[in-house]
Ligand binder design. Structure first.
Ligand code: HXC
Ligand code: NAP
Length: 300
């Protein structure tokens, strides 16, 4: 990311300690970089310990400051508690959480097994709740202010054909955001969410546009009123706005950042209705190869 495009003053986030789940790659890494640049202490977690360590080193070499990697699988509630115990005792209380970790792939729903559904919903639906619940309870017990931002999709408003487990799970996290904003607002805790349109990342592109034509369509920003995909600093500026001091009265909101794509064309995968068996078989093969490659790097 070009950090000169951040809209905010240096040191804005100097009193913040923020955990970004899935912060080793993609959008999580970009947000981690933004928070770090503005003075926050940043913690990142994921299942590939080596990837997290490389990211932490890369960001600290570039900007100084403190980025702490944690190998943690957010599907495992006990692992979350252990990580947060470690953060609290070795570094101090978190002030913010970004629920960014996710799993996803395109598939016809009739081709999904129960394990396939669980592979996605256990990360997005359950993992995001486990993390929010563990950290929220600590903030309540310690009478601290706290701030949660979840990374969703615009499918929470109009559905996600061919990504049903993801769309259902993100919609659940959207309702969690609205509910806890009200239930826990009086504790000084707030909950917002961002619904990004296409911001190409390796993790996303290889699972949602595994064919060359789809990748090209995505990169050209086809069906987007602005004729392009999102730029990372645009997403990071919105995340900083929601996480930094100064926007405390914003609570219970989900903000789209998609160039008005979902208003114009749905912003989902309805066009894949045209695919036949052969295209779905090829997509699955490519996606499963990506999954296997990533799985081989997991340390938890
Ligand atoms: C059908 C599939 C499949 C496919 C996997 N499965 N890929 N089914 N079509 N393409 C099935 C498998 O056959 C298996 O079921 C089950 O899913 C579990 O597969 P595993 O590979 O064992 O799962 P696991 O190792 O737990 O990996 C989880 C994962 C993987 C979700 C499948 O993709 C992952 O770890 N992803 C993390 C990163 C990621 O997905 N990033 C993208 C986020 S982008 P059976 O029954 O055969 O055993 C995003 C963007 C949204 O969310 C918005 C864009 C605009
Ligand atoms: P990505 O790079 O694949 O990011 C997903 C991250 O989640 C990875 O770092 C992954 O790390 C982590 N993760 C997955 N399962 C986990 C688990 N069980 N425990 C801990 N960490 C886990 O993809 P991305 O595009 O940046 O996506 C980031 C977020 O943005 C997701 O919520 C996605 O739905 C959302 N989003 C992205 C776009 C886009 O255009 N890119 C659009 C809309 C929404 P490990 O595999 O090492 O665990």
């Amino acid at each position: 990311m070009d950090v000169s495009k951040l809209m905010f003053r240096d040191g804005l986030m100097k009193d913040e300690r923020i955990l970004v789940t899935g912060g080793g790659t993609g959008l999580g890494k970009e947000m981690a970089e933004g928070f770090l640049t503005l003075g926050a202490e940043v913690h990142i977690c994921g299942r590939r310990g080596g990837v997290l360590e490389e990211t932490a080193k890369e960001l600290m070499d570039k900007h100084g400051g403190k980025v702490v990697p944690h190998a943690c699988d957010i599907r495992v509630a006990e692992a979350i508690t252990e990580m947060n115990d470690r953060i609290w005792s070795q570094h101090g209380a978190l002030t913010g959480l970004i629920n960014n970790a996710a799993g996803n792939f395109i598939s016809r729903t009739e081709d999904l097994s129960i394990r396939g559904f669980d592979a996605i919903s256990n990360i997005v639906f359950r993992g995001s709740f486990y993390m929010t619940h563990d950290i929220g309870k600590r903030w309540i017990a310690e009478k601290r202010r706290g701030n949660v931002c979840s990374i969703l999709t615009t499918w929470v408003w109009n559905g996600g054909p061919f990504v049903v487990p993801s769309a259902m799970s993100k919609a659940g996290v959207n309702v969690m955001t609205q509910s806890l904003a009200v239930e826990w607002g009086h504790y000084g805790l707030r909950f917002n969410a961002i619904a990004p349109g296409p911001f190409p990342t390796e993790g996303m592109s290889k699972r949602l546009s595994p064919d060359a034509e789809g990748a090209e369509r995505m990169d050209r920003g086809v069906a987007n009123p602005m004729g392009r995909v999102g730029e990372m600093h645009e997403l990071v500026n919105l995340a900083v706005f929601l996480m930094a001091p100064g926007a405390e009265y914003v609570n219970g909101q989900t903000i789209a950042i998609d160039g008005a794509m979902y208003n114009a064309s749905g912003g989902n995968f309805s066009m894949l209705t045209a695919w036949g068996d052969e295209q779905w078989a090829a997509a699955r093969e490519a996606i499963e190869a990506t999954n296997a490659k990533d799985r081989a790097k997991r340390t938890v």
